[in-house]
Design a protein around this ligand. Structure first.
Ligand SMILES: O=P(O)(O)O[C@H]1O[C@H](CO)[C@@H](O)[C@H]1O
Ligand code: HPA
Length: 320
């Protein structure tokens, strides 16, 4: 039988368009501390902003809709396209602009990622989380991760904002973890605890601020899980996740949080519920990325105000 030429198979991406899976020149999994320090030094030498809070803008939040998004409201911005940053991956998902923005949100210096990296794009988890380690090396103390997620808990409505209380690392159950491979103690310990991953004080502040802004009627608290994607879930998969206590489903964040906690950053995370998870068979609705982006746009003003206030409050908890 004649061998199949993979490049002629429909849907096969030729090697040159796939992101490279890199292994630090064969020395191990992930980039070395020194390599990431080079990336941090590159950024620090090109901006005078010294952020202590790093924000990851999820799908439709700060990435896609110009002028109203969080990242577009950062004052005195210094922007770096991902492709211009040494060792950085590039964003390939619609709604993820692909740039780092340094500047001020309210009166707080921040660094925002306008677009994140996902496993389904072809990046290994350690590479999806590389920016978190770079954040650590530039002096950031708090990671605020935002994402778009499907609402699994029946009480959740599209447009709700869920404060993440905890996560279930489904990909980790199968041995896929951003910390897989040799451990560099300069980042953190071999066996980091994860029972206090989502900072209790920040969750409490987030509930108070929701009241102050009169958005407590749409702010919830729940458990997030990340699946590998890129397909949305089957009915059976969603029902299984519901049974084990998942409230919202996405394809990101969990590995970023693990990486941040490993290197002792404080973590706060928000999910914007962009669609209802379909848990019955006799239902016509189908999850789709356009709806995810549309709901991001619908909520961008509220999210921007909420995140800006949270950043101001979290910053007050940090010692000068
Ligand atoms: O988690 P973020 O990046 O917000 O995006 C979510 O939305 C996309 C699916 O529509 C997936 O990338 C999923 O993870
Ligand atoms: O329903 C979803 N499932 C997985 N990821 C998602 N990201 C936004 N919505 C969803």
């Amino acid at each position: 039988m004649a061998p199949i030429n993979a490049s002629e198979v429909k849907g096969y991406a030729p090697k040159e368009v796939l992101p490279e899976v890199e292994t630090d020149n064969g020395k191990g999994i992930g980039y070395s501390y020194d390599t990431l320090q080079e990336t941090a030094n590159f950024l620090l030498s090109r901006t005078s902003v010294r952020p202590r809070i790093g924000i990851i803008c999820g799908s439709g939040m700060g990435s896609y809709w110009k002028d109203g998004s969080l990242a577009d409201h950062i004052e005195d911005p210094v922007r770096f396209k991902y492709e211009d940053i040494p060792n950085f991956p590039v964003s390939t998902v619609e709604g993820h602009t692909g740039q780092l923005v340094f500047g001020k949100l309210g009166d707080v210096p921040v660094m925002a990622m306008q677009g994140r990296f996902h496993y389904y794009e072809g990046y290994p988890l350690w590479k999806c989380c590389l920016p978190v380690r770079v954040m650590k090396l530039i002096g950031i103390k708090v990671l605020m991760a935002t994402n778009a997620a499907g609402g699994l808990k029946s009480a959740y409505k599209v447009g709700d904002i869920m404060i993440v209380k905890d996560h279930i690392n489904m990909m980790g159950f199968a041995g896929n973890n951003p910390l897989h491979g040799p451990n560099d103690e300069r980042f953190g310990p071999r066996f980091p605890p994860m029972n206090r991953a989502y900072n209790y004080e920040y969750r409490k502040i987030a509930k108070e601020v929701a009241k102050e802004l009169s958005i407590d009627n749409i702010v919830r608290e729940g458990v997030y899980t990340c699946l590998g994607g890129p397909n949305f879930e089957t009915v059976a998969e969603l029902n299984m996740l519901k049974m084990v206590g998942v409230d919202a489903v996405g394809m990101s964040t969990v590995h970023e949080v693990i990486t941040a906690r490993h290197c002792d950053m404080h973590v706060f995370a928000l999910s914007l519920i962009t669609n209802e998870c379909v848990v019955e068979y006799d239902h016509d609705a189908e999850a789709n990325h356009e709806e995810v982006l549309d709901v991001g746009r619908m909520r961008q003003d509220i999210l921007r105000k909420y995140v800006t206030k949270l950043v101001e409050r979290f910053n007050k908890t940090l010692t000068p």
